[in-house]
Ligand binder design. Structure first.
Ligand code: NAD
Length: 506
């Protein structure tokens, strides 16, 4: 065991101690709250199957209390000046930085994501708060639209209490990506985090409260999707739901939210293509292809899980990917040298391993990995896997596996590459590698996806629109797009008294 791993294990155990002392509680109206249901559930380690801690299980009554607290706090928080909201949200970012080590280590232990990525995810959480803090004073801004006889201007006001429902893959980062703009807008929030990775949501609630928001501004209800999550989407006080998760869950939420006419923003699944043309800088393309499927355990919505390679370079390029995949270090997530850790949960692990069997049945060739990682007993470790010789209609070329599993498909020309890329239900991201400028623009235009990167892996700019098309999502966030979701726009039209008012019955 390396010294660094030993040190990380020691600090993680220290941070976990208080969460082991009693079940993780909800956070309602500014304080820790137990559940109306005495039942608790176990939060299980992906590393060795041990119980990390217990968690209270949210009920419809708990959601009602949290939504009531968010509703009661709304007037005060929405009426807090943008300047003050800016200060408070920067204090949240400071609080995250102060606890970054704790957040990174516990996130890593809770999700199985390697510490090399989770330390950055904690810092990115702070960056999300700073970005939206700086924009809080302008959140209400609108536009001026003068016409011949009228001047129109728009204003924005926060929509009300909102629900935020997040998944388990990078839970802290994703929670901050939703909660920061909601709070910057002046909305109050009820957060329902994923049941498989609940710990850092509780830390975030503590940090936000300590930064000085009115009680009830951020509420947290732990528990399961079918109970706590469902009740949140149905609650009459909750005006909008920001949801990140699976496409099927998005469909359920759309139906659940229909009777109360919820505004919805969905960030859903993906089966994203990376297209490598023969004229690309193949060394840089290789780094990006390997990074975008094998980082974050492949449990990443924007992962490029299909690599489409021009037939003239297919054999050579896929051999290079296979070599890299074979060298990737699978190991304990707290070891700084680890590149792939254990998958989050036994159910998800079984699902990923099942896809490996399906791929072989369908006739794909295992060029790397293809099964559980050897020598790592007790944990949910999968070898970084590459399937070659895949056809576009195979299930591993169509369905989201959400693990370190890459499917390589050859194409003959640009038109075929675009056809294969678009021939899936999803449309979140697309990655294009070519030095031909015209081709880069043509393919970027023709790909059905919300976000395209040319000659790059996923590098984020927080002001750009983030979101997907088709089964990958509804709506965009990032920059002002987030404010549009969390706020209502009002148009005010004022006459210059120059137009003729129509007369009836004169
Ligand atoms: P999931 O849909 O199973 O769960 C997400 C959240 O929804 C959890 O908190 C869960 O408890 C809750 N939930 C489940 N059923 C619900 C219901 N009926 N009503 C209300 N809430 C309910 O997703 P997951 O397995 O946790 O996450 C993985 C998925 O998330 C993948 O498909 C991945 O692509 C997607 N994802 C998308 C993005 C993006 O930005 N597009 C980012 C990260 C993850």
């Amino acid at each position: 065991m390396s010294n660094e791993l030993e040190a990380n294990l020691g600090r993680a155990a220290g941070y976990l101690e208080r969460f082991k002392a009693g079940p993780l509680t909800h956070f309602i109206g500014g304080e820790a709250a137990s559940s109306t249901d005495p039942d608790v559930f176990d939060n299980v380690s992906p590393i060795d199957g041990s119980v990390l801690n217990e968690v209270v299980s949210g009920t419809a009554e708990d959601i009602d209390l949290a939504a009531g607290a968010a509703d009661a706090a709304f007037e005060e928080w929405a009426g807090t000046s943008g300047k003050r909201r800016r200060e408070i949200l920067h204090d949240v970012a400071d609080g995250i930085i102060e606890r970054a080590d704790e957040i990174a280590l516990l996130e890593s232990v809770d999700t199985g994501q390697p510490i090399r990525f989770m330390s950055k995810a904690a810092l990115r959480g702070a960056a999300n708060f700073r970005y939206f803090a700086d924009r809080a004073p302008e959140a209400r801004n609108g536009v001026s639209l003068p016409d011949t006889d009228h001047i129109n201007y728009t204003t924005r006001t926060p929509i009300g209490p909102v629900g935020v429902i997040t998944p388990w893959n990078t839970p802290f980062m994703l929670s901050t990506w939703k909660i920061a703009p909601a709070l910057a807008s002046g909305c109050t929030v009820v957060h329902k985090p994923a049941e498989w990775s609940p710990i850092t949501a509780s830390i975030l609630a503590e940090i936000v409260q300590a930064a000085g928001v009115p009680e009830g501004t951020l509420n947290l209800v732990h528990g399961f999707g079918e109970t706590a999550g469902k009740s949140l989407t149905e609650h009459r006080h909750i005006k909008a739901i920001a949801f990140v998760g699976e496409s099927n869950t998005g469909s359920l939420i759309q139906a659940q939210g229909a009777p109360t006419l919820k505004r919805l923003h969905f960030e859903l699944g993906g089966k994203n293509p990376v297209i490598v043309f023969e004229d690309a800088d193949l060394d840089r393309a290789l780094e990006a292809v390997v990074f975008m499927i094998y980082s974050l355990n492949g449990e990443r919505c924007t992962s490029s899980s299909r690599v489409l390679v021009h037939e003239s370079i297919y054999e050579d390029f896929t051999a290079r990917i296979a070599e890299r995949a074979g060298n990737i270090r699978v190991g304990h997530p707290l070891d700084p040298s680890t590149e792939i850790g254990p998958l989050i949960h036994r159910t998800h692990y079984n699902n990923v391993v099942n896809y490996l069997a399906i791929a072989e049945e369908e006739g794909a060739t295992v060029a790397a990995g293809g099964g559980p990682a050897t020598g790592r007993d007790g944990g949910l470790y999968v070898s970084p896997t590459l399937f070659t010789g895949a056809r576009p209609d195979m299930r591993i070329a169509q369905e989201e596996v959400f693990g370190p599993v890459l499917t390589a498909i050859a194409f003959a020309d640009e038109a075929e590459a675009v056809r294969i890329a678009n021939n899936v239900e999803y449309g979140l991201t697309g990655y294009i590698w070519t030095k031909d400028v015209g081709r880069a623009h043509r393919v970027a235009r023709d790909l059905e996806a919300g976000m395209i990167w040319v000659n790059s892996e996923n590098v984020r700019h927080l002001g750009t629109p983030f979101g997907g098309t088709k089964a990958s999502g509804i709506g965009r966030d990032g920059g002002d797009y987030s404010f549009d979701f969390y706020m209502e726009t009002k148009n005010v039209s004022i006459a210059y008294d120059t137009h003729t008012v129509p007369r009836l019955g004169a």
